[in-house]
Design a protein around this ligand. Structure first.
Ligand code: UDP
Ligand code: UDP
Length: 471
């Protein structure tokens, strides 16, 4: 389908090929198309292939949304499309930047030759080289930050060495930054404080070298949620514009970017359960818990007495390891009225009235989705920004509890007793009513932010006006 000639403004959006990056960028893509722009969504060919297979898309990669249009186009990262990737993160990032860059520039040139030159490029973190390409070609560029404003502020202060951060030998020190609550060591993104994450830390910080070239930094958050942090950052060169929760705007447009096939029949299973009775458990697209932790979690879930829907993502086939679930667990869970799936339609699950609470790793997308669906959480953060998000969900937004680890069989684990205790506390305990009330308050605030006239709605609108003015 050729784009209508009336679509003068063409936005090219480039996502790092990970689910937690694709989702918010694709949601923004739908939102911008609905405002009458031609939007091309792009990531690597291999991931594009996974998305097509998971969502049963065949040839039709174009959708008309409102007055605009959304197209998909993928670029090569230099790897054979069917080849499993076993390279180190450093090697993979290097390949993505070198081969991806050339293929990406070709894509921009083709658009110009075909009469729809790119007027703005938007990329998300982990592909900071896209901003360089935009600068070289003289195309205005913006960034979609896919974590919270609070985490942006922390990385910003770290990158510019504005304060000193505690190291692993100073775990009793705290961190105080403008517009943020005092953070304990356990609340600071682990990529900054713990040595094993050095190469990820470099990747994350690399984007800050480029941010000032972007005319604007959009964030999948909303002003009412992070007002103090946002006002403390109002002096930054690239202004922060919260435009979220992105999944709440245009969520009736059924364009999905799942990399794995979602078990949609779990929605019918949820229909069969009573309101507020189900525990939803998911740790996003990357986290894999050790076997012993899976066992503790599994028995805690069974002992809670509530039916649960647990997403257990199988590890990549080439690694040849099991799911980490004890033998016979899935059958026992099903006998007791619960379900284990490999990938869920999470947005719809969290919006389902049967869901009582969300046991989550606190990835930023999952955090925003639970807050804006009004679902209280049991926080089980693993690394990166998840620990900071957990701090905010529990202590600032007041929507849940954080599970505590202890030493068991020489390992640091959350025990089955702690899993059970937290689930029961959040769903039926003394604070359950207050947690639900707070969660519903955030749901309302999120809906107002994206509704016509709301803070995120206005920020999107002024961003679209900027694009039109610059073209
Ligand atoms: N990835 C890859 N090879 C690597 C590292 C990452 O192909 O060596 C791809 C992988 O397909 C994944 C995406 O990059 O979907 C996100 O990578 P990240 O390191 O964030 O997470 P993980 O590799 O643990 O899934
Ligand atoms: N997700 C999903 N089905 C699942 C698990 C996760 O659709 O079974 C989606 C979830 O809604 C979210 C994204 O995958 O949008 C995960 O992003 P998040 O930032 O929470 O975690 P990450 O995968 O980056 O660690």
């Amino acid at each position: 389908m050729e784009p209508p000639k009336s679509l003068l403004h063409h936005v090219l959006m480039v996502s790092f090929p990970g689910q937690g990056h694709i989702n918010p960028l694709l949601r923004l893509a739908k939102c911008l198309a609905s405002k009458g722009l031609l939007v091309t969504f792009s990531t690597t060919q291999q991931t594009g292939q996974m998305m097509k297979e998971a969502t049963n898309k065949t040839d039709d990669t174009t959708s008309n949304i409102g007055d605009g249009q959304l197209r998909f186009e993928f670029f090569s990262d230099g790897w054979d499309i069917d080849e499993p990737k076993r390279a180190s993160l450093d090697a993979w990032m290097h390949q993505l930047e070198t081969a991806g860059r050339d293929s990406f520039i070709q894509l921009i040139n083709q658009h110009a030759e075909q009469g729809r030159p790119v007027s703005c490029i938007i990329n998300n973190p982990f592909v900071p080289w896209v901003t360089d390409v935009a600068t070289e070609l003289g195309i205005p560029s913006a960034v979609l930050w896919v974590q919270s404003c609070a985490v942006y502020s922390i990385y910003y202060h770290y990158h510019h060495q504005l304060v000193s951060f505690p190291n692993p030998d100073q775990q009793d020190l705290t961190l105080d930054l403008p517009g943020l609550p005092t953070l304990d060591f356990q609340d600071i993104p682990s990529f900054l404080t713990l040595n094993p994450f050095d190469s990820l830390k470099q990747v994350i910080l690399a984007q800050f070298k480029n941010l000032e070239k972007a005319f604007c930094v959009l964030v999948d958050s909303f002003e009412e949620l992070e007002s103090e942090t946002i006002s403390a950052m109002s002096h930054l060169a690239a202004p922060i514009r919260p435009v979220g929760p992105l999944f709440k705007s245009q969520n009736d447009v059924k364009v999905r970017g799942d990399m794995w096939k979602a078990a949609d029949d779990c929605l019918r299973w949820l229909d069969s359960k009573s309101p507020g009775s189900v525990v939803y458990v998911s740790f996003g697209s990357i986290v894999a818990l050790p076997k012993e932790q899976m066992e503790e979690l599994g028995s805690g879930l069974l002992n809670s007495g509530l039916p649960f829907l647990w997403v257990v993502k199988p590890p990549p086939k080439e690694l040849g390891i099991g799911s980490g679930l004890p033998d016979g667990f899935v059958e026992e869970a099903e006998d007791k009225g619960s379900v284990v799936v490999e990938w869920s339609p999470q947005e719809q699950v969290l919006d389902h009235p049967s869901v009582a609470c969300f046991v989550t790793h606190c990835g930023w997308n999952s955090s925003m989705e639970s807050l804006s669906s009004g679902v209280p959480v049991v926080a089980f953060p693993q690394w990166g920004d998840q620990v900071t998000n957990a701090k905010f969900l529990v202590d600032v937004y007041g929507v849940g509890l954080r599970m505590k680890k202890c030493t068991k069989k020489d390992q640091e684990l959350v025990t089955s007793e702690e899993v059970e205790r937290c689930i029961v506390e959040v769903t039926k305990g003394l604070k359950a009513e207050e947690l639900k009330k707070n969660a519903l308050k955030w749901k309302k605030a999120a809906e107002e932010a994206v509704a016509e006239g709301g803070s995120s709605y206005r920020n999107i609108q002024s961003f679209v006006d900027d694009i039109k003015r610059m073209a």
